[in-house]
Design a protein around this ligand. Structure first.
Ligand code: ADP
Length: 626
């Protein structure tokens, strides 16, 4: 097929689905299409501004950038035209017919069919160009790539159903002009005043002028000839903080993030001195759909002296802050800076560390607010990655952590290290935590019995990353972080020591017998004062990997050297008394194994030979009922 012929092409499956969903779920928010299309137009101009730095011919002798919006009330159309980079025929097919974002398929699968929830999700996904179909039953895109000749223009047309057409159509000026044929009940967007007010609301911060025909008297039918800018058209971050309203910050946030919802908070700073730059950093409310994909699009928009250079400049913030959105505008970097140069540039390195601190300070401020709870449940786990990634800021990150503890006894993570420390016993020198795969397993751990009895608070950890995170952190303000399932519990009072010794003496015979039977399974058997209600529990050495960590590593395909746990027993427990009294060696062996295996189960662990466990237990049950 020749390049000028008219072709009909189908939308990519995901694109088709997204289109349909968007039309239905965003209907109550229809005006956002203007924000999205103007935002795209401004991005297209930013791209041209950048490419023309070293290819002046792209400008075709016309360097005044603008976006023109016009309406036709009778025809019920609205047109948004930019003189930005434009698209070739292939680019129009590719960019407007498919969704390039990675993870689109899994995103689509996560939609629920519930309009309200889906609207929220779609907002996080970024609605973009397709939002035009919320208000239009036909969209025409007339476009030409900057630097090509007039005859290279293309016309893309779609009704927003299964397919679109593309054909050659001459275009004198470079860039893209999008005309929406409005649905009957969306005719309001062909009204000059309505459109002005929406643009005003969303576009003041956009650095290019958005022009509309000078307002005329309703009854003079003169030709539309003169245009006026209806936005402020200065890059928001270059204005002084005191002149910018919260609404303007939020509108700007939506422009750069394509998020539907407001930002939670932001930090806007101008740095002068050895390095000069301005940064405007936003903390979102919602996680992007691909937060857990560490390769996901992330990072800040980089400008150099107000010229847009690149999206997703990931060198300015560490990976664990990948959810932060914003811009950084440098006065020091060269305009032709590339990603490779950014990686080696010393100035970038110092900006990165300053921006990281800036974000952590912003979060510390946010932590004093009620809505930190929401932030923590959305981004807490990502932040924990920082404990391993960002050694220099470990302490700052630690202050931002929130936990569930035996003090509040709910799965909600609301308590900080500082809260814990304030409640520590006068002679307590460690911060204790228990870790298991679920909150319920963790909080029922036999290891906690002693702590509950003594009234010592323990952090209850059940996020997969927690065990690792605590090891990375090691201590908080000089207080060692201690896994209650590891090693000994630290300083004991004289009284406790005496109790322990007495227990050891009185249970010596039992311990020896158990050791002999379980020699393959355990490193040692020892009586313990930490058990109150449970008969047994497992303990690993201070420097051994915890049971959880081992399971995670094994699941990840790593071989972990086997270290045997220590079996702690509660000689006061009726089951151990019964065991002690057992004279039949076979029965003794069965019961000892059951007690050991139960200790594994109570930790959320898996038995090596579950069938034998069941057999042993059944034999025991039969005896009871017989
Ligand atoms: P996004 O902007 O998030 O990439 P969109 O659906 O809004 O997604 O747009 C898809 C792509 O279409 C853009 O990335 C861009 O390449 C192209 N595009 C959209 N609008 C324009 C425009 N006005 N000028 C040039 N290219 C555009």
């Amino acid at each position: 097929m020749s390049d000028t012929a008219k072709e009909t092409l189908g939308f990519q499956t995901e694109a088709k689905q997204l289109l349909q969903l968007m039309i239905h779920s965003l209907y109550s928010n229809k005006e956002i299409f203007l924000r999205e299309l103007i935002s795209n137009a401004s991005d297209a101009i930013d791209k041209l501004r950048f490419e023309s730095l070293d290819q002046e011919n792209l400008l075709e002798g016309e360097g005044d950038y603008a976006i023109h919006v016009s309406v036709d009330k009778d025809a019920k159309t609205i047109t948004i035209a930019d003189n930005g980079i434009g698209m070739t025929r292939e680019e129009a097919i590719e960019h407007l017919g498919t969704i390039a974002k990675s993870g689109t398929a899994s995103f689509m699968a996560s939609l629920t069919g519930d309009q309200k929830k889906d609207a929220q999700l779609i907002g996080q996904f970024g609605v973009g160009f397709y939002s035009g179909f919320i208000v239009a039953n036909k969209v025409e895109v007339h476009t030409r790539r900057a630097g090509t000749s007039a005859t290279d223009g293309s016309l893309w047309v779609s009704q927003g159903e299964a397919d679109f057409t593309i054909e050659a159509k001459e275009k004198d000026s470079r860039g893209t002009s999008i005309t929406l044929y409005l649905k009957d009940d969306c005719a309001e967007f062909a009204d000059d005043w309505r459109v002005r007010s929406v643009i005003k609301k969303y576009s003041d911060h956009i650095a290019v002028p958005v022009m509309m025909p000078v307002a005329r008297d309703a009854d003079t039918e003169s030709e539309q000839s003169s245009w006026e800018a209806i936005n402020e058209a200065t890059a928001l971050w270059t204005r002084s903080k005191s002149d910018i309203s919260d609404e303007e910050y939020q509108a700007f946030y939506k422009h750069i993030s394509h998020d539907f919802d407001d930002a939670l908070t932001w930090s806007h700073n101008k740095v002068e001195g050895k390095l000069e730059y301005t940064s405007l950093l936003f903390v979102p409310k919602n996680a992007p759909f691909d937060l857990w994909n560490r390769e996901m699009a992330r990072g800040l928009k980089l400008y150099v002296q107000r010229t847009f250079i690149m999206d997703e400049a990931e060198q300015f913030l560490p990976l664990y802050l990948r959810f932060i959105k914003g811009v950084v505008d440098s006065n020091d970097l060269p305009l032709n800076v590339s990603r490779e140069i950014l990686q080696q540039d010393g100035a970038v390195e110092s900006m990165r560390s300053a921006l990281t601190k800036r974000v952590l300070d912003t979060l510390a401020k946010l932590a004093k607010r009620d809505d930190y709870k929401g932030f923590w449940s959305t981004f807490g786990q990502v932040l924990k990655e920082g404990l391993g990634e960002d050694f220099a800021n470990k302490d700052k990150i630690a202050k931002l952590l929130r936990f569930s503890t035996t003090h509040n006894d709910t799965p909600e993570q609301t308590e900080s290290f500082d809260d814990y420390v304030a409640r520590m016993k006068p002679d307590q020198d460690k911060i204790f935590y228990v870790f298991a795969e679920t909150h319920n397993t963790a909080k029922r751990s036999p290891h906690l019995e002693y702590f509950r009895k003594e009234g010592i608070e323990v952090l209850i950890l059940s996020d997969r990353i927690d065990d690792w995170a605590m090891m990375q952190l090691g201590e908080y303000e000089g207080k060692k972080l201690q896994d209650v399932a590891k090693g000994d519990l630290g300083e004991q009072s004289d009284e406790a020591k005496r109790a322990q010794e007495a227990l050891e003496q009185s249970s010596e015979g039992l311990v020896e017998r158990m050791k002999a039977v379980l020699a393959e399974q355990v490193e040692a058997v020892r009586p313990s004062v930490r058990l109150i209600e449970s008969p047994t529990c497992l303990v690993v050495g201070d420097f051994d990997m915890g049971a959880q960590m081992r399971r995670i590593m094994e699941a990840a395909g790593q071989t972990v050297p086997k270290t045997k746990p220590i079996l702690e027993i509660n000689p006061e427990h009726p089951l151990l008394k019964m065991l002690d009294a057992e004279v039949d060696e076979d029965k003794f062996r069965d019961l000892a194994f059951i007690l050991f295996e139960q200790a594994q189960l109570a930790e959320g662990g898996q038995l090596e030979d579950p069938a034998s466990y069941v057999q042993r237990l059944n034999a025991l049950l039969l005896k009871l009922s017989g």
